[in-house]
Design a protein around this ligand. Structure first.
Ligand code: EPZ
Length: 419
C-alpha cells in the first residue's frame, strides 16, 4: 500500500484548479444506467471511486470508458441485470445508487450491501422505505439486499424522515422513468443533488425542485447527452484548510464560489482573507488565524465532509475551538491519529474539543477519506517529515493531491509501503 511523505512548515503559494465533484460524478455515472444512448460526461475526477463505479457498470455489460483524462463515455443500451464485479459494490457507499437505477430499469435488484467510508452506522432504511412507497418489496439478509417490484414502480408521495443525500438521490433515480408524478419531500439541498437533476433534465427527464421538495413527472424514455460535472466544493474547502495551516495564498480556480458559502463565512470569521470572483477565489493568510466553534449540518450548513480537515486547522488556530458533529455523530476516528501528532484534541459525545497545539511529525494512519485529508493538513503544518499510511482512502476522493500540493510549494511525495 502507498504512503505519503510530507515535510511540514512550507507556505503554500499559487494556483490550484479544482476537479469535478466526486459525490456528483458517482450518482451521474450510475444514472447512465437509465439511458440507452451515449452519455458523454466531462470534468469527471479521475479518482478510485470513479474507476470502481465504471468497473461495476462494465461488469454489467455497459460500455463505460475514459475518452480522455476527465471525460467518460457511457452507453447502457445492453446493460444486464447481473453484476460480475460484486466485490466492488461492497467497497463503495455510492453503489447504493444501483438500487434506484436497477429497480427502475429491471424491476429487480440483488446486490451486496454497499460499503464506503466507515465512520459509524450508515443505514439505508430511508432508501428502503421510499422504494416500498413506490411499490417495491425488499429483503435484507446480513450482507445482501434484494428488492423487486411486481410490475413496475408506481408514483407516490415520499416524505423522508430525515434529510439524506443518498436517499434523495435514489428516489430521484427511481422515479425519473416511473409513470405519473412522484413527490419527494424533506429532501437534501446539496448542490450535487441539483447537479444530478440537471443531468437527468439534459437527458429529457421532467424534474423540478421546489425548495425542500422535488417533483418528478416520469417520462417514457431518457436520451443521451453531453454533460459537465460541477466543481468539487469539498476539495476546494479542504485546500482552504491547508492554506489556513501553512499561510500564504491560493487562487482556487474552476469553482462555483456560491457553493462554498456554506463554509467561507467561517474561514472569513477566523481571519482568512478571501476575494470572490466569478469562477475562482483568491484566499490569503499572513497571520495566525483565530479559532472558533462550528457545528456541522446538512447543506447549506457547515459540511460534515470538512469536519476532520477543519479540526486539523483549529489545532493551529489561536485559542483552538470545537466541532459539533450533527450529521454522522460518530465521525471521530481521526481524533486518535491527530493526538499521535501532538494535537490536543478530545472527543466527548458528538463534539471534538481542540486546543491550540504545536503538532509534530508522526506516522499516521488514514482511517477514511476525509480523516486522511485532515491528516495531510496536520502534516503540512508540523515540523519535520510525517508519514501517512493507507493512501488508498485519500485517493478515493482527491484527484492529483500530490501534484496539486507540490505545484503550490508543498513538500509531499507518494511512496510504496510494505503493508
Ligand atoms: C453522502 O453520504 C456522501 N457520500 C458523504 O460523503 C457525505 O458525508 C454525506 O452524504 C452527507 O453529506 C456520497 O455522496 C457517496 P446521508 P450518504 O444519507 O448519502 C442518516 C465523503 O467523504 N441516514 O446524507 O450516505 C445517516 O446515518 C462521503 O465524500 C439514515 O439514518 O449520507 C446520517 O446520519 C462520506 N438512514 C444522515 O442520515 C438512511 O437510510 C445523512 O446521511 C440514510 C441516511
Amino acid at each position: 500500500m502507498e504512503k505519503l511523505l510530507i515535510t511540514g512548515k512550507q507556505r503554500l503559494y499559487g494556483e490550484i484548479i479544482i476537479s469535478g465533484m466526486k459525490n456528483s460524478a458517482l450518482p451521474i455515472i450510475f444514472a447512465c444506467l437509465l439511458v440507452p444512448d451515449d452519455c458523454i460526461i466531462k470534468n469527471i475526477p479521475h479518482v478510485s471511486d470513479v474507476e470502481n463505479s465504471l468497473e461495476i457498470l462494465r461488469s454489467m455489460g455497459v460500455k463505460a470508458e475514459f475518452v480522455d483524462k476527465n471525460t467518460v463515455l457511457i452507453n447502457a443500451k445492453y446493460a444486464k441485470n447481473e453484476i460480475a464485479k460484486m466485490e466492488l459494490v461492497s467497497k463503495m457507499r455510492a453503489s447504493s445508487y444501483l438500487m434506484g437505477t436497477m429497480l427502475s430499469r429491471f424491476g429487480k435488484v440483488d446486490i451486496s450491501m454497499p460499503g464506503g467510508c466507515n465512520f459509524g452506522a450508515r443505514p439505508l432504511d430511508l432508501h428502503f422505505k421510499g422504494f416500498e412507497k413506490m411499490g417495491a418489496i425488499f429483503t435484507e439478509k446480513s450482507d445482501k439486499i434484494q428488492i423487486k417490484v411486481n410490475k413496475s414502480l408506481k408514483c407516490s408521495k415520499i416524505t423522508l424522515d430525515k434529510i439524506s443525500v443518498g436517499a434523495t438521490i435514489n428516489m430521484v433515480l427511481a422515479s425519473a422513468l416511473t409513470q405519473g408524478e412522484t413527490i419527494i419531500e424533506n429532501v437534501a439541498l446539496e448542490p450535487h443533488v441539483d447537479d444530478l437533476i440537471c443531468f437527468l433534465q439534459h437527458c429529457g427527464a421532467e424534474i423540478v425542485r421546489k425548495n425542500n421538495s422535488i417533483v418528478v413527472r416520469g417520462v417514457k424514455r431518457l436520451h443521451g447527452t453531453e454533460y459537465t460535472i460541477m466543481p468539487d466544493t469539498i476539495e476546494a474547502l479542504t485546500y482552504l484548510t491547508y492554506l489556513g495551516i501553512t499561510g500564504g495564498y491560493l487562487n482556487l480556480k474552476g469553482i462555483c464560489p456560491s457553493h462554498l458559502e456554506c463554509a467561507t463565512d467561517i474561514f472569513l470569521k477566523i481571519g482568512m482573507s478571501i476575494n470572490f470572483a466569478q469562477r475562482s477565489i483568491l484566499a490569503k493568510v499572513d497571520k495566525q488565524l483565530t479559532g472558533t466553534d462550528v457545528t456541522t449540518s446538512p447543506y447549506p450548513g457547515f459540511p460534515t465532509d470538512l469536519h476532520p480537515q477543519f479540526a486539523s486547522l483549529l489545532s493551529f488556530c489561536k485559542g483552538g475551538g470545537s466541532i459539533t458533529e450533527m450529521v454522522f455523530p460518530t465521525r471521530f476516528k481521526y481524533v486518535y491519529e491527530l493526538q499521535k501528532a501532538g494535537v490536543q484534541i478530545y472527543n466527548r459525545d458528538n463534539i471534538a474539543i481542540i486546543n491550540e497545539s504545536k503538532p509534530h511529525s508522526a506516522v499516521l494512519d488514514a482511517t477514511d477519506l476525509r480523516a486522511g485529508a485532515g491528516l495531510v493538513g496536520v502534516a503540512l503544518g508540523a515540523e519535520g517529515e510525517s508519514t501517512i499510511n493507507n493512501v488508498n482512502y485519500i485517493v478515493r476522493g482527491y484527484e492529483n493531491l500530490v501534484e496539486k500540493l507540490s505545484s503550490v510549494g508543498g513538500k509531499i511525495k507518494i511512496i510504496k509501503g510494505e503493508n
